[in-house]
Design a protein around this ligand. Structure first.
Ligand SMILES: *[C@@H]1O[C@H](CO)[C@@H](O)[C@H](O)[C@H]1NC(C)=O
Ligand SMILES: *[C@@H]1O[C@H](CO)[C@@H](O)[C@H](O)[C@H]1NC(C)=O
Ligand SMILES: *[C@@H]1O[C@H](CO)[C@@H](O)[C@H](O)[C@H]1NC(C)=O
Length: 407
């Protein structure tokens, strides 16, 4: 019996992680701004509009809510009146997954609030979408004081939420995502690591706003082609010597996701005293700047050097921060859209991209080989066409059976 268990367990180890796309594929995801607040300038977006602009079915959409839920009128219609995400904003009619970012309001959230989150995830999965849970991200910075920079309490909180959510919705993939080391003084990643048994995917937030040496950033510059690579592997001068990829993705063999990313094109500067908005030189121009940054992600070197890189989320928003008006969107003005969708098309032709399937077509077009993953039990685990995940579930079932026979 012990021999059987050992064999089954070692078979599990070599298989794909939860919701991992097929070998060699990368999921392009989008975090869109669906708010109605016109003062932010980037509202009114929906999943369907994103897909229409790009001409591809984006593989995953990011949305956020608080834990416990909190009513935020300014987030309508992205959030319902109770503060939960409004699934109607995902009106694109595909099987794209949901990448749910959850910001805790403290690390002492009670069990009933965590259970409500677990049930919400289970309901979304039942409705036909895979769910990633990006819990309490960027915990190594100082801008989320409710939960950041408290490593011991953070890890205890994480493990508790992991237990409750996977107890109710075992298919949810837990994403652990600190913030990249830029010029500011974030903590290192290590103190916040919840442990390999509690994490399915590892990732970071990563932005191009300028060279580290130029902080505070006020000028539009092209991104170097090696920018993203240097951040991921912690190479100076752009990042601290903290190699995220080696320490977490490689060491624990976890899929790696760039949880939110963009180039911030500066439109104007803002003087908070006089309230005057002043123009800023476009430098090389918006589309060139956007393309230089996205090429630092989608290039052959990155794909070869980081085989566990599996997903990336474009932060499609306009934001005033540090008294600069930055447009992070790469798909709204016609020139940037042309450049970025062209880059995605090039990657698509190389067979790199994993797009969502349109919901209506799923059953009609799935091949015989895919049928395994479309049975009721497995479909909710793996619409992203990972056959090995389906296999993993079956093996897990066998292990469970053997264990229960032993007891
Ligand atoms: C969003 O829609 C409203 C109502 O149609 C409109 O007034 C506003 O200008 C739009 N905002 C943006 C950023 O498109
Ligand atoms: C949990 O906290 C919520 C507030 O977030 C409160 O409404 C609820 O009564 C609490 N439940 C328990 C069992 O303490
Ligand atoms: C990346 O490029 C910059 C020049 O843009 C260079 O200074 C840096 O050393 C390069 N990094 C690596 C790891 O080659």
């Amino acid at each position: 019996m012990r021999f059987v268990l050992a064999v089954a367990a070692s078979a599990l180890c070599v298989l794909a992680a939860k919701l991992e796309p097929a070998d060699g594929k990368v999921v392009f995801g989008v975090w869109f701004d669906g708010t109605a607040d016109t003062s932010i300038y980037s509202g009114n977006d929906t999943a369907a509009k994103v897909n229409d602009r790009l001409g591809f079915n984006v593989g995953s959409f990011q949305m956020w809510q608080s834990l416990p839920l909190e009513h935020k009128p300014e987030m309508a219609p992205l959030q319902n009146d109770d503060g939960s995400i409004n699934m109607d904003m995902l009106n694109e009619g595909t099987d794209a997954s949901l990448f749910l970012t959850v910001y805790p309001k403290s690390l002492a959230v009670n069990d009933s609030d965590i259970l409500a989150l677990a049930n919400q995830c289970a309901d979304i999965i039942k409705s036909g979408r895979n769910v990633f849970l990006r819990l309490a991200p960027e915990m190594n910075g100082d801008w989320f004081p409710a939960y950041s920079r408290q490593p011991a309490q953070y890890i205890a909180f994480w493990q508790k939420v992991h237990g409750v959510v996977t107890g109710v919705a075992p298919q949810v993939a837990f994403v652990w995502g600190p913030n990249y080391h830029g010029p500011s003084t974030q903590d290192t990643y290590d103190p916040y690591w919840p442990g390999a048994d509690y994490v399915d995917w590892v990732g970071i937030s990563l932005y191009w706003k300028g060279f580290a040496r130029d902080w505070p950033w006020a000028v539009n510059n092209l991104s170097p082609i090696n920018y993203t690579s240097d951040i991921i592997s912690g190479v100076l001068p752009e990042a601290a010597e903290d190699n995220f990829y080696a320490k977490f993705a490689e060491k624990y063999n976890k899929p790696f996701v760039i949880c939110e990313t963009a180039a911030g094109f500066i439109m104007s500067s803002y003087n908070p005293t006089t309230k005057v908005v002043s123009p800023v030189s476009p430098g090389p121009g918006r589309a060139e700047l956007q393309l230089s940054f996205w090429k630092s992600i989608f290039n052959d070197d990155v794909l070869r050097k980081y085989p566990r890189f599996k997903m990336v989320f474009a932060f499609e928003m306009y934001k005033r921060e540090d008294n600069m008006d930055r447009d992070f969107r790469a798909t709204t003005d016609p020139e940037s859209l042309k450049a970025i969708s062209g880059l995605l098309e090039t990657m698509d032709k190389k067979g790199v991209m994993a797009w969502a399937k349109s919901s209506a077509a799923t059953s009609a077009t799935s091949s015989a080989a895919d049928q395994v993953t479309t049975t009721k039990a497995v479909a909710s685990v793996s619409p992203t066409a990972s056959k090995s995940s389906g296999f993993k579930v079956q093996i897990a079932g066998i292990v469970g059976l053997v264990v229960s026979l032993l007891l």
